[in-house]
Design a binder for this molecule. Structure first.
Ligand SMILES: Nc1ncnc2c1ncn2[C@@H]1O[C@H](COP(=O)(O)OP(=O)(O)OP(=O)(O)O)[C@@H](O)[C@H]1O
Ligand SMILES: [Mg+2]
Length: 440
């Protein structure tokens, strides 16, 4: 793919000369004659390098450096200053420009500068991705067979570019696994763009995914990149894809089939090289059966399906998971009394790993000085579990019943405040509402 150069220069003749020379050098040039055009271009297009004149009709080019860096902290910027404007060039370098040249510009010298600056830009990007990797949240896998299989599949997914669908109950780690696959993949230096499809309906969702041009609808006062565009060379992570409305599904399927797309209101076909990861807590095949999800789209997105088991089905992993989570909470020296482990093993964990992490975090808060965590620090759980263990054998409580009781007890504790209860359960409000509805 040709590197895209954003040339910000108000002199028509200079721009013309630049375009003629650098098109032959293998660059794609996007011209901007003023800062306003440059800002609009940055919002709308992929830009790999910026050539920036200082004196522009609507302002000082130096101020544009900050704007460009907000958009992409590693974007290479070369500043062109007038002869005798060395103090301005120094100022530009201080503000984060990579290089400067004085007018009249020798195109051959600029070509060398551009190549070098682009190479350094790539290195900087890789370095910042490496840093991001170093501070990434580590992920727990465990010894259970189901998780070992997932680990192998996830590594295979990371080594390839095929679409992956991650399924599993709430809190099982779908989001974490999606980000992990991206971080392990060759695309790690680029963005992993996330979008939760359950929050936005119809056209709002299409706007986010596809972007729009100015005037596409009443409130569209400028061109906007879609997330497909931002995910170019990276990963597009569509969370809760099962909640994508049917009309958006049709549009999105077209993107996957034709490998190109249009912004809303635009006729121009655009291309984006993104890798797709989707997640859902729904059983996608039953959504297909009930007509809520297109079968052809399902086939496209689930080339590889990773199903994360609920925590209650991998209790073997619980002790190691607890140790892992305590460490990630900064309390690797905390110890659990034996009866606490009994309580944790006897509970059904409807909120899965998220709930476990939450429960441990609360216990640590209740025990700021001691190191041994005791049943008293898990009071909300222990009453539930006790009840569970004591239940007569003739009535084994179902997971749904345990979950229902737990939600009810948390709701009681917070006086019915949904927002607070959702926070305590570490569920989104939408998920909590869904659970409550299921119980009716
Ligand atoms: N494998 C794991 N290792 C460590 N922590 C985990 C793991 N999986 C989940 N967690 C913890 O649980 C929390 C919830 O995980 P995540 O958001 O990925 O779940 P989810 O399946 O996407 O849930 P939802 O369906 O509600 O969106 C994380 O913030 C993290 O604290
Ligand atoms: Mg999630």
């Amino acid at each position: 793919m040709k590197p895209n150069v954003l040339l910000i220069e108000d002199n028509d003749a200079t721009r013309f000369g630049f375009v003629r020379y650098f098109s032959k050098e293998g660059y794609e040039i996007i011209e901007a004659a003023c800062l306003a055009d440059a800002v609009a271009t940055l919002a709308a297009e992929r830009v790999d390098i910026i050539i920036l004149d200082i004196n522009l009709p609507d302002g000082n080019g130096i101020d544009f450096i900050d704007t460009a860096r907000v958009n992409d902290s590693c974007i290479p910027i070369i500043v062109i200053t007038g002869e005798g404007d060395i103090p301005l060039a120094v100022e530009a370098m201080k503000r984060g420009a990579d290089n400067f040249l004085t007018k009249p510009v020798d195109n051959a010298a600029l070509a060398v500068f551009m190549r070098k600056t682009l190479e350094i830009g790539v290195l900087k990007k890789q370095q910042s991705a490496r840093k991001r990797l170093e501070k990434r949240d580590d992920i727990f896998i465990g010894e259970s067979r189901s998780m070992q299989e997932i680990h192998e599949l996830a590594l295979a997914a990371a080594a390839s570019d095929i679409p992956v669908l991650i399924t599993g109950e709430t809190g099982t780690g779908k989001g974490m696994l999606a980000r992990w696959i991206h971080q392990q993949s060759a695309r790690a230096a680029n963005e992993c763009v996330e979008l939760n499809c359950s929050g936005l309906r119809g056209e709002m969702l299409s706007r986010e995914i596809f972007g729009n041009i100015r005037g596409a609808f009443t409130s569209a006062d400028q061109d906007r990149k879609g997330l497909i565009d931002v995910a170019d060379r990276g990963t597009l992570f569509l969370d809760e894809i099962g909640d994508m409305s049917i009309d958006v599904q049709a549009q999105f399927l077209k993107v996957l089939e034709e490998k190109c797309y249009r912004r809303l209101g635009d006729v121009k076909l655009l291309k984006s090289n993104f890798r797709l990861i989707c997640a859902t807590h729904h059983d996608i095949t039953s959504l297909v059966k009930s007509g809520q999800f297109r079968q052809d789209l399902m086939y496209r997105i689930n080339m590889l399906t990773l199903h994360l088991p609920p925590l209650r089905e991998r209790m073997k992993d619980l002790p190691a998971l607890v140790a892992f989570l305590l460490k990630s909470l900064g309390s690797s020296d905390a110890v659990l009394s034996d009866d606490v482990m009994g309580i944790l093993l006897g509970y059904s964990w409807p909120g899965n790993i998220r709930e476990l992490r939450n429960v441990l975090e609360r216990a640590l808060l209740l025990n700021p000085h001691g190191t041994t965590l005791r049943p008293a620090h898990f009071s909300s759980l222990s009453s539930l579990t006790h009840h569970h263990v004591q239940a007569p054998a003739s009535h084994q409580r179902t997971v749904q019943e345990v979950e229902k009781d737990h939600i009810k007890s948390v709701l009681d504790q917070v006086g019915g405040n949904i927002e607070l209860a959702a926070k305590r359960l570490n569920l989104s409000r939408a998920t909590l509402y869904r659970r409550l509805k299921q119980e009716q």
